[in-house]
Write a protein that binds this ligand. Structure first.
Ligand code: NAD
Length: 491
């Protein structure tokens, strides 16, 4: 196995991080010897070279997952649950290494990285419990002609593709339910953040996951990985988290063989402050919903619709709170906001803000990047944004709050729903009945009412419209990896 000591991880933990591919329980280099560099977004320095899977490696991983399938499917739910429970325990035991890896390759602050590890590990604990509770149906047909038996069976070999913004949680949110359901998997992590996924594979091996059940194949050639996998009749499912743009391409490819799809895609979340909102709750929730992971979150609040009567108070308090945040290397103590992940992400944020300002938007705080090295953008609040600014339509994926005022609730709801996306939304209002009535009218799959933090492994997470298909977390997340088999019986 090729593994590397990574500066920042290993000084006091003496742990080396694997950098090969993990296929069939073996650590192997790419068959064409390809590698790619992983860099630290806080200083643009190289952290490691990681093996880059080629076509032959993808086929080896499919082979391994296919061969391991019947064995893993026949393991009892209880035994599968115990492996998942062990994975949870190992993640908690090694949370320090995981958190440092996440900070180093993704940029999260230490506190947020530890939070991600806890959230990510919880998927293993939750699905360890759910593995034994997956119930089918037995009933007498209404006609009395026969009995109806419905069994849940594992869907088979699953291709899992994850984004960089939550390198641990986006992987465990798929691997844990897939394993609980009895599926075998091939994980292609994002090229920006493969180290966390590779280290996770090592922990899964220690937890007792048999060879071939989880394969991890970072690759610089992501479209080759999906082309080869989705063309192979042994691959029965794709579960993808990432942009809507790439999701559409994968859905088109999957349609050729009618492959089972789960899609967790982009968002453009509205955050609504009603006239009766408690300002402390509004600002505190806004900070969480906006600034989690420096704004690089699919459920990040993008557009703040604030009642005209509260706009001045909310905007000035939010701008004050944003201006007090300390920007810096996420690994350092006292830092509140880390770097954005790469040049293209910061360039997009900069373009969106600059265009809005040229069109007439006013900057209350921030509004510029910080000189490098590293990809730091100042926490920003914009007001008076003209309707034709792209920032009101596109996913910002950065630390920028765009504030829009409203007087009519109906017009605000129409504007909030006027997007191709439908992932998250937030409503802040003291009259909870009214806030829930607004929430009911919003086209979103996950909502926060009087709170900005909404992720929970026990809850169904997913979007409507072009934000996705299917749900992760909860028992629904397990069912994404099962097929129902109906048997009509008489005896
Ligand atoms: P991305 O779509 O660029 O990449 C996601 C993954 O797909 C990466 O592993 C990437 O290497 C791979 N990929 C890229 N092109 C591919 C192709 N043609 N074929 C196969 N794989 C391909 O997204 P990103 O920049 O990594 O992540 C940010 C996006 O992810 C945002 O839009 C965000 O909203 C979304 N996201 C959604 C959720 C959710 O749960 N809905 C969660 C996190 C992130």
């Amino acid at each position: 196995m090729t593994s590397q000591f990574i500066v920042g991880i290993t000084a006091d933990l003496s742990t080396s991080i694997p950098t090969d591919l993990y296929i069939n329980g073996q650590w192997v280099p790419a068959q064409d010897s390809g590698v790619f560099a992983v860099v630290n977004p806080a200083n643009n320095q190289q952290l490691a070279n990681v093996a880059s899977a080629c076509e032959q490696d993808v086929l080896s991983a499919i082979d391994a997952a296919h061969k391991a399938g019947p064995g893993w499917a026949s393991v009892s739910p209880r035994a599968r649950a115990e492996v998942l429970r062990k994975a949870f325990e190992l993640m908690i035991e090694h949370k320090e290494v995981l958190a440092r890896l996440i900070s180093l390759e993704e940029g999260k602050t230490r506190a947020e990285a530890l939070g991600e590890v806890a959230y990510a590990a919880e998927f293993f604990r939750w699905y360890a419990e759910e593995a034994c509770r997956d119930q089918g149906i037995f009933m007498r047909a209404p006609s009395g002609a026969n009995n109806i038996l419905v069994k849940h069976q594992p869907v088979g070999v699953c291709l899992l593709i994850t984004p960089w913004n939550f390198p641990a949680a986006m992987g465990t949110r798929k691997i844990a339910p897939a394993l609980a359901a009895g599926c075998t998997t091939i994980l292609k992590p994002a090229s920006e953040t493969p180290l966390t996924a590779l280290y996770l594979a090592q922990l899964l091996e220690q937890a007792g996951v048999p060879a071939g059940v989880v394969n991890v194949i970072p690759s610089k050639r992501s479209s080759m990985v999906s082309e080869v996998s989705l063309s192979d009749s042994r691959v029965r499912k794709i579960s993808f988290t990432g942009s809507t743009e790439v999701g559409r391409l994968l859905l088109a490819k999957a349609s050729e063989r009618v492959v089972n799809c789960s899609m967790e895609l982009g968002g453009n979340a509205p955050f609504i402050v009603l006239e009766d909102a408690d300002m402390d709750v509004a600002v505190e929730s806004a900070m969480v919903a906006k600034m989690r992971n420096a704004g690089e979150s699919c459920i990040g609040a993008n557009r703040f619709y604030v009642h005209q009567a509260r706009a001045e108070a909310f905007s000035s308090r939010l701008a004050q709170a944003m201006s007090e945040l300390v920007l810096g290397d996420g690994m350092k103590e006292g830092v509140d906001v880390g770097p954005l992940v790469n040049a293209s992400t910061i360039n997009k944020v900069e373009q969106l803000v600059d265009q809005a300002v040229v069109l007439g938007a006013k900057v209350l705080t921030g509004g510029a990047r910080v000189a490098g090295p590293g990809f730091f953008y100042k926490p920003t609040v914009l007001v008076d944004i003209p309707n034709n600014a792209d920032i009101l339509r596109e996913e910002i994926f950065g630390p920028v709050a765009s504030i829009i005022t409203f007087t009519s609730e109906d017009d605000m709801i129409t504007a909030a729903n006027d997007t191709i996306y439908g992932l998250a939304a937030y409503v802040i209002g003291a009259n909870v009945g009214n806030a829930l009535a607004v929430a009911d009218k919003l086209e979103a799959g996950v909502l926060g009412v009087n709170r900005g933090f909404i992720s929970d492994p026990a809850a169904p997470f997913g979007g409507v419209k072009q934000s996705g298909i299917g749900r992760e977390g909860s028992q629904d997340g397990l069912h994404e990896f099962t097929e129902k088999k109906y048997i009509a019986i008489e005896w």
